[in-house]
Design a binder for this molecule. Sequence first.
Ligand SMILES: *Cc1c(COP(=O)(O)O)cnc(C)c1O
Length: 340
Amino acid sequence: MKKDIDWNNIGFGYMKTDYRYVSEYKDGKWDEGTLTTDDTITMSECACVLQYAQTCFEGMKAYTTADGKIVVFRPDLNAERLQSSCAGLEIPVVPKEQFLDAIHQVVKANADFVPPYGTGATLYIRPYVFGKNPVIGVKPADEYEFRVFVTPVGPYFKGGVKPITIRVSDVDRAAPRGTGNIKAGLNYAMSLHNIVDAHQKGFDENMYLDPQTRTKVEETGGANFLFVTKDGTVVTPKSNSILPSITRRSLLYVAEHYLGLKVEEREVYFDEVKDFAECGLCGTAAVISPVGKIVDHGNEIVFPSGMEEMGPVISKLRETLTGIQMGTIEAPEGWIEVIE
Ligand SMILES: *Cc1c(COP(=O)(O)O)cnc(C)c1O
């Protein structure tokens, strides 16, 4: 029986569900993991995660498809990305099969929290790993927890998708040979001041430039850019300090193989941005958010698609990918994993 939740009116926030998955790493190995109803964690005041931020995470979603199945989207890519994040932080990697099993178990156990088809709501899944034992001299922890919790979330954009306004940031997100390409909490901690500042000044997001030359577009605090040229080519920035968004990679595939568009992954200079026809931000939470305006210290770039609605290409990309996720458009082999 589905929980008594007003599915059409839930926001994008945390709601405690019945079960979460926990696995502990001790004596050089991960245990087999288990589901628990306990939503709290007790650990040493000196835990490595608390002192030195040794933690990374993933973000993904489960959906109810048009024919009533509960599915997750490309979880193998989240498993692989968590492994590369772990490697970058000296965290023992979570085996791929264990990751996938954990996702299955948690979603299945919380099936009553998966929003019904047609509500626009989805079940957000948050896998994460952290160093748990006391560490005061700087070194990696010896003991870790891998956890997965889920929470139902409403559509990222309530009452329809409206183009957003972003600003060019004066601070940098990731160093040229730093940690920008791994999904670490530390990359978000540093972005908090800047996003609060952006919101106070009336902007929805920060556009980060490459820190070395400050001439090329990287990404925002939590989403990758897609641009569309005036002749309909889909362009995305290439850089070693961008987090490889699974949504962005999927949208590029959709652009090429479903919509027959030309796609390019290459360095994108900020100078070219004014010549693009459309701009969007990609990530699991919103799929793709149209950007209407970019403000660079008083200079405004307003895309031809404007501030009222999504441009035609971004709109088509969004429609196609959400159709694939919801089971109304046939998915490429291996993209949709059925839970039950
Ligand atoms: C998670 C994340 C994204 C989006 O990745 P998806 O796999 O599409 O959800 C983009 N940028 C950053 C910095 C991220 O942490």
